[in-house]
Design a protein around this ligand. Structure first.
Ligand code: MG
Length: 389
């Protein structure tokens, strides 16, 4: 009987047991090389793209549907020119049968709403939860569109129906193409990283305009804490043909929401610098726009906010009115304000939470969607949002 454990005279006991030390060493060398290669490939460590929080769980979730006390006419809709009869009051959200509804809830900080008419849904950011949510208008269901979202903030849609997104932890502006791939539109200026893009609009010529304050890198809750690399908190324009990025305004304390007038001859840009100091602005500025040259001029203050309230986001309607968010101050001011193009206050929409931003939606573009802290609100209006977001 052959002893299979017997070693030939010229073989080591190890080899007799099926191990080849030379092969082992060769293998170890290969592993070591592979390790070096792996180390080289992952030599640069990066932080996670913000924290991905668990959804809020409330024992008493805010009820959906019309807000309490919404007997017609809804007392949440306050005209600056009180009605003396049943006729129009001059505030185009004050028609008798319009009431504010809460259509979704359960978010930590809802921001950056944008409406996609082809799909009849609203996308909006839930910044601390590092996700973009989708509210479907047909049946009212809410789902996660993207997570992680790089702590996205402001969103908009371009003329081709593509999503544009400002990312805090990505410190960039991206475009989601129609096939779902993501294109980086802007992440640097003068070779240095952007601070934390906040809000974005696209003009009819394809140029992309966005603001770049520092809110998104101030801590780890709504982004990833980092030092600003841009000394100034600029408003930028990305050229539609070359992709070049240039500064269009550099004297804001904290530039925030922005929107073109429907004829694109003016642009409204918010300064929320008040968050950095009591003497700083809490207002909306308006500029003349030279779209072909990509230049702004003739800066004026359009509307002052009632400090300590600030406005964070705004949209215009087809007739040139300006609709802006209000929050962070007197709860009686929380909600939305509507101004004429001349800056006269037409009315307020009272929301029971601090409001960050808003957009027009609906198939007729006459429904105002309002991001208010933990919830998404909606109210029909007598106007249509500007087709140029
Ligand atoms: Mg904002």
């Amino acid at each position: 009987m052959t002893d299979l454990r017997h070693s030939p005279d010229n073989a080591s006991p190890v080899e007799a047991h099926g191990f080849d030390r030379r092969k082992l060493l060769k293998g170890a060398a290969a592993l070591a090389a592979a390790a070096v290669t792996t180390q080289a490939a992952s030599g640069e460590t990066v932080p996670p793209f913000g924290q991905t929080g668990t959804p809020t769980r409330s024992t008493a979730p805010l009820p959906l549907g019309p807000l309490p006390g919404s007997r017609y006419p809804d007392s949440h809709l306050e005209s600056a020119h009180p009605k003396t009869s049943f006729g129009p009051a001059g505030f185009p959200a004050f028609a008798g049968t319009m009431a504010v509804e809460r259509v979704a809830t359960g978010f930590r900080w809802a921001e950056g709403p944008v409406y996609f008419p082809a799909g009849r849904y609203v996308l909006f950011s839930d910044i601390p939860n590092n996700r973009i949510m989708r509210f479907s208008e047909d049946d009212g269901h809410v789902s996660v569109y993207r997570q992680p979202s790089m702590n996205s903030n402001g969103n908009t849609i371009d003329r081709e129906g593509r999503l544009l997104t400002c990312e805090h932890s990505g410190r960039r502006v991206t475009r989601t193409e129609l096939d779902g791939s993501i294109t980086i539109v802007a992440d640097k200026y003068n070779g240095k990283r952007l601070n934390s893009p906040n809000d974005v609009v696209v003009a009819s010529d394809g140029s992309i305009w966005f603001t770049d304050p520092v809110y998104g890198i101030g801590g780890f809750y709504e982004g990833v804490k980092a030092n600003p690399e841009q000394e100034k908190h600029n408003v930028y324009r990305v050229d539609p043909k070359s992709g070049d990025i240039k500064v269009v305004v550099d004297d804001f304390v904290e530039p925030n929401g922005l929107a073109f007038a429907p004829d694109e001859k003016k642009i409204y840009i918010i300064d929320t610098g008040f968050t950095d100091g009591p003497d700083n602005p809490s207002h909306i500025r308006v500029f003349d726009v030279d779209l072909a040259a990509g230049k702004l001029s003739n800066s004026k203050v359009f509307a002052e906010m009632p400090k300590p309230s600030i406005t964070d986001g705004l949209r215009t309607d087809r007739d040139g009115r300006v609709w802006c968010s209000v929050g962070w101050g007197d709860p009686n001011e929380d909600g939305v304000r509507c101004y004429t193009a001349d800056g006269d206050l037409l009315g307020k929409i009272h929301i029971p939470e601090t409001v960050a931003n808003l957009c027009f939606g609906g198939q007729q573009r006459n429904r105002l969607y309002i991001c208010g802290s933990s919830s998404l609100y909606a109210v029909y209006t007598s106007v249509q949002g500007a087709m140029k977001p």
